[in-house]
Design a protein around this ligand. Sequence first.
Ligand code: NOJ
Length: 794
Amino acid sequence: MKTSLVCPHRILALLLTFAAIGSLPVYAQSKPVPNAQLASKQVNARVDALLRQMTLEEKVGQLAQFSAGYATGPDASNVRYDTLAANGQVGSLLNVVGVEATNHYQHIAMEKSRLKIPLLFGQDVIHGHRTTFPVPLALAASFDPAVAELVAHYGATEARADGIPWVFSPMVDIARDPRWGRIVESAGEDPYLGSAMARAWVKGYQQDDLSKPDSVAVCVKHYAAYGGAIAGRDYNAVDMGEITLRQVYLEPYRAAVEAGAATLMSSFNSINGIPASANPLTLTQILRKEWGFDGFVDSDWGAVGELVNHSIGDGETVARKALEAGVEMDMEGNLFGTVIAAQVRAGKIPESVVDEAVRRILRVKFALGLFDHPYTPDSPAYDATPERRAAARKVAGETFVLPKNDPVEGVGALLPLAAKAKKVALIGPLADNKNEMLGAWAVTGDPKYAVTLKTALAERLGDRLLYAQGCGLLSGEDANVLKRVNFNGPVGANQKEAVPDDAKTIAEAVATAKKADVAILALGEPANWMEGEASSRVNLGFTGSQEQLLEAVVATGKPVILVVLAGRPLELKWAASHVPAILEAWSPGVEAGHAVADALFGDVNPSGKLPVSLPRAVGQEPLYYAQLPTGRPAHGDLSHMPQSADEKFMSRYMDEDNSALFPFGWGLSYTRFSYSQPTIGRAQVPVREVLASHAPVTQVGVDVKNTGSVAGTEVVQLYIRNTAASVEQPVRELKGFARVTLAPGETQHVVFPLGFDELNFYNAEIKRTVEPTTYKIWVGGSSLATAESSLQVE
Ligand code: NOJ
């Protein structure tokens, strides 16, 4: 029997640190140094030497950033970038892509500006640059940080070859409300999973050395708590207690900073009444003082100027507040460039504040090696290489979640299809739609390379494949929704056209299904512009007439497999009770069709788990498994409606269950897994030992067995509950996970370390601590895990 010890990189790194300096009391750590390159004497000596030569105007120039390409926000400026670069009035350009375009501006900066300070080019590289991988939410469903690292590394390699040494990624916002369209860019609802993915993204992009030709600096976004937008409406205010802010929402940013993140992006939202882009608590106290961050903070697009709309002052005041709080670069705002120098001259802002900001920006430029190698060499034009396509296909295969695969009478489980596939009807507006396969935020991905499900199934089935589109992706939607989706104009790549006569096309689809032995429906929502930024929704159903299409095909009595292609959790309640098999495929990227077909035919055994709870109804949102306790917990589901006042006055809805339709961590496989009772290495541990260091103090062990007849990979998950803390703690929290691949009949012993990092929480004094208590511990294949044990901290 194999044994695997789950030892996250973080624990190893901390163990090494603490071994070197001895074990320290938890509250008295010296200032951490998360990125040795940025803190290095050599880099800082070069920065200081340059800073001494700079005029105030040249310093302020470094703080300005403009989009010299397409717009990814409102009110794009129309300034002369050549002139700005020649005069040293700009430090960075975004949305300029390609060797020719970036070198053009760099030559101006290096040859015409007085101090020859290279420009820093930044770009949104979100899930691959030229090669588009699955969206980040899908990658989180793999519960495999190694895939995020790999995708980041491919993105870094391709971006750097395209003249871009700085990427606006990873997005590490905790997202617990799928009404918020940006959930697609996130790792979902959980801080432990989100932190693991955040570390992996940073490592994959930065490669622990910013100057390598295949590494880029990250810009971790959107700091902070942008995902907590009230009512899931993008750019909205965030209002939450500091304990939740720190314990849930800030954790992935902390993980990214500890992993060496070179830059962060400040967010649009306010946090408890103080805008995040001028927030001394998050930017100064937490980021700089507590986490020891040596890089710089870029504002999000226009976020400094928008502080005026937050009503915290006029342009001069908000620019000063942002700079003094710790926003060093003004993205597409032009406010720093125009109002800072005069305020320094007037004595309203100390020049040392500007110096510190410039120092941080120059540090990153030196660490990236831009002063020594400012230009990008010519490289062959991007060509979708077989190696990269293979990587995209393999990664996508890890991200699919199988929420349901019930047996059908006389047929058995519909999936995997394999031999059962006689005649297959493929139906739906996402079955053959290249534009939609790449997903949201694939700005440099080219849909022409995308493989649709129709293409991939035709390769396998030939003329046994029947096809009907069924309806348009948005046909039947309100005209105003169509206008918003097509905001770029009535024509063009983003246009989502309505199919005029749904009744006719649905009837055709029904006729097609009747000719087949099984129907596969490929349904979802448009990735652009119905997901991602500025794409909040109050309805979470399939768009347009897709639900009617689904119901009409199910009514034929043919067995139906539903493939959901969407970057957010959709409401699948009807489908879950009428469709026997559902595959959540997200937005799978350039190899979408092949990867989905691999899973449908069983060449790949689904192993993904939900990184977000799938709701029964929108009204449950924000819905997440790690709820805080209530004094009146409800038991049972809807069918257990109250028999007495005792049961009536409980925390529940009148018209829906509290629980998720499919919960966090959930996902089936074509095989089955069984779990032993978890065992605890030491079941009683003194609290002072837990507080003394970050080293594990005990471990949880479990045997996981593949009891089915095919090989499969299980994501083994460890959950804890602190049952007696001074501040109430969630009913369950993920504190460990491991992907384990097992042959039929094979058993593996999995070991999870537990120590301060897993057991701590924030007390009422806002300090991370551990107190004497009992932890309940569960290990299993989802957040519903039942195999239980306990740990006593005395
Ligand atoms: C606004 C978005 O919020 C952010 O994620 C993105 O990186 C910037 N625009 C730049 O495109």
